[in-house]
Design a protein. Structure first.
Lengths: 120, 120
DNA sequence: TGCCCTACCCACCAAAAGGTAACTATTAGA
DNA sequence: TCTAATAGTTACCTTTTGGTGGGTAGGGCA
């Protein structure tokens, strides 16, 4: 396999938390362990396919852990790994900065809404 | 215009610094004002088109400022706005976390290289 | 028997993001 | 007159990302 090359640290970070869904998923898992259906309810805009696909990728990066309960109907829980917890501070700041950005744009007259300002 | 709706703060943040190039550009501008050609040299993988396109979008979001010098050949400088500076801490952490991530993956046996560990 | 539940997989399609290459303007200077 | 220099645009194409709608497993229960 050819050596993977990065030019600057942030490239690697963005490869892991970038894209439309990963940071949102991680922000939810930051507060609690959640099962698949709970995540789907917390992120109503995401499709089944994207949810599991993104969770798989986060699992492969050792950011989230997947716990399968052997029962029927199935029960699967996701949580941050210890390593994933090292992103917690960053995720919090990303949430807060975004909330402020939305306030700012609203103050500037933009039609804009933030449904959940639940970040602790 | 229909009201733009976000479900969680991080969505707004990612809309601004997400994508393949924006966070890289911002990490460079965090340390210094740079002209277009300097940015292009600092980010050799980026194309002309992407560089100006992403800079325009960052300008529209009031994150970077564009200073045009009236001379020939043209000279244009980019820098973070005061508001853009509010991202500086986050950008730094994204760089550092990525550097650690690369170290971690290298320690785990992955063929991986980081060319510039120049974040201050 | 037949249907429910949950998680998740697949095939297929649409849209967004990004890449390439060729072109512009303008003036100094050979 | 011709070229170099810088920043930028445009048309066209490829790749990546995301969405839809279908299907699976397998035990519980009416």
């Amino acid at each position: 396999m050819p050596t993977k090359t990065y030019h600057i640290g942030v490239e690697a970070t963005m490869e892991i938390i970038g894209g439309k869904w990963k940071s949102i998923i991680l922000c939810h898992l930051r507060h609690q362990t959640m099962r698949t259906s709970e995540l789907a309810r917390a992120i109503p805009q995401i499709s089944q396919k994207m949810l599991t696909q993104q969770l798989r990728e986060l699992e492969n990066a050792d950011i989230v852990a997947r716990h399968v309960y052997k029962q029927v109907p199935p029960k699967v829980e996701y949580s941050l790994t210890d390593y994933g917890e090292s992103l917690s501070g960053i995720l919090h700041e990303l949430c807060v900065w975004g909330e402020n950005n939305i306030d700012r744009r609203e103050a500037a007259g933009e039609e804009i809404t933030l449904l959940n300002r639940d970040d602790v």
